[in-house]
Design a protein around this ligand. Structure first.
Ligand SMILES: [Zn+2]
Length: 440
């Protein structure tokens, strides 16, 4: 009988070991706690907050989860789930917190997240996040009650917000111009420079926007008066000579223009390429130094006569018939051939190279969203990232790009939109419309 006893004991041991092995591999003996990863920043919660939380337990699987928000020792349940099947290894939970519906007040609260696993040990993870309920929209104080803005010109507005804004700026109709945070009179102040179109009127909407870190938004309309400006319109005859001279340069650099007639090339250059260049310029001017680098009136090219002005509407003619049009978004200045081109003001070079219709071009960031552009250069004598001083030489004039003769195309941009450069050459305009508003 002794032998059978040994066999029985051996069978018991093998079965026990097998059971233990199974328990182990099936995760029943898992000692690791479930993992919780909060994928949203919930430091501040406004009227409505979307939260995403990832739960996981690779060994034994999740058994359940619970999310609560606690204020004044009173928990409010945000989500609760249980997973009886033991097969849920991962779970991503998305929920929306609406403090008013949960009867929460402005002030501190705690988000408590609990997860349990399906191990015999019932491992549990609890994390507590300190949050701030804040349903108060920021208030916007406009610092300049009177604002005259020329059609096609720039507007400038300083304002303060009742609390720090995560995002702020000015909307002109649907276009957003970021505000920059500077100090005026010892106090944090936002300033925004924006463009109004040549067709702007009293019905143009100019609104100061601020959003706090909790997501609360404020929209305050800005007091302003639009001053009408006259713009010119002219007809430009596209002569065979002009087209023969200019179009091969574009044909050489854009493969899809091979085999096209000069007029077809012009059609492409004046529409598709012009639009592409405008997008490049907007993306170059998206980010600006958070500091006013420029000082005083902008420098205008020496001994140069203006050829085309800002806002000139051009209708192109081929054989006397209209063939496309454009609006000139800068001032053309002509002096002698290969005349020195100088920086209009202090800044940092943010673009230097080929720019389609503008030929060889340079763009300078003057800070707080203000930029200048120099086009049709024959040579560039500066580089991206280089700080430049007012009147520092950056290249030579020429006729690269869409230019009939040697001249400088000069543009001023705010927030990536073209404005009339005349204003920035005029010390009185700068004094009245920018400097006085900065010296509150
Ligand atoms: Zn031009």
């Amino acid at each position: 009988m002794k032998k059978t006893g040994i066999i029985a004991a051996a069978v018991v041991i093998v079965l026990a070991a097998g059971a233990l092995g199974w328990l182990y591999f099936a995760g029943w003996l898992d000692r690791d706690k479930p993992a919780i990863r909060l994928d949203s920043d919930i430091t501040a919660i406004g009227k409505k907050k979307d939260i995403s939380i990832a739960f996981s337990d690779e060994r034994s699987g999740l058994s359940g989860l619970k999310v609560e928000i606690v204020q004044d020792n009173k928990p409010r349940l945000l989500a609760q789930e249980s997973f009886p099947s033991r097969s849920t290894r991962q779970k991503v939970l998305r929920l929306t917190v609406e403090p008013l519906l949960l009867q929460l007040n402005n002030g501190p609260a705690v988000v408590r997240i609990t997860a349990g696993d399906a191990s015999l040990f019932k491992n549990e993870t609890v994390i507590s996040e300190q949050v701030r309920i804040d349903m108060m929209p920021p208030q916007v104080y406009v610092m300049s009650p009177v604002n005259y803005i020329n059609q096609g010109g720039a507007g400038f507005i300083p304002y303060r917000t009742s609390k720090p804004a995560a995002l702020t700026g000015v909307f002109v109709d649907d276009r957003f111009y970021p505000g920059y945070n500077i100090v005026i009179g010892g106090q944090p102040t936002s300033v925004a420079t924006f463009a109004v179109g040549t067709g702007a009127s009293a019905s143009t909407k100019i609104v100061i926007f601020a959003r706090d870190s909790a997501g609360n938004e404020a929209r305050t309309s800005m007091p302003f008066t639009i001053k009408p400006k006259k713009f010119r319109a002219d007809k430009v005859n596209l002569s065979e000579t002009f087209l023969q001279k200019i179009m091969p340069e574009f044909q050489g650099s854009i493969p899809q223009l091979q085999g096209k007639t000069p007029v077809e090339v012009f059609g492409y250059v004046n529409t598709t390429l012009r639009e592409e260049n405008s997008k490049t310029i907007q993306s170059v001017c998206r980010k600006s130094v958070n500091k006013k680098l420029w000082e005083g009136a902008f420098h205008r090219m020496r001994n140069a006569s203006p050829m085309a002005l800002f806002g000139d509407e051009r209708t192109y003619l081929v054989d006397g018939k209209p063939f496309g049009n454009s609006v000139h978004l800068g001032v053309d200045l002509a002096s002698t051939a290969h005349a020195p081109i100088e920086a209009a003001n202090n800044g940092i070079v943010v673009f230097a190279g080929a720019l389609g219709i503008y030929g060889n071009a340079v763009i300078i960031d003057h800070g707080l969203g203000l930029f200048s552009l120099y086009g049709h250069l024959s040579s560039i004598e500066t580089a991206v990232g280089k700080p430049v001083k007012k009147e520092e030489k950056i290249g030579l004039s020429g006729l690269s790009g869409l230019a009939g003769g040697d001249h400088l195309h000069f543009s001023i941009l705010v927030g990536g939109q073209f404005v009339n450069p005349q204003e920035w050459w005029d010390p009185h305009w700068i004094e009245d419309n920018v400097m006085k508003k900065m010296n509150l």
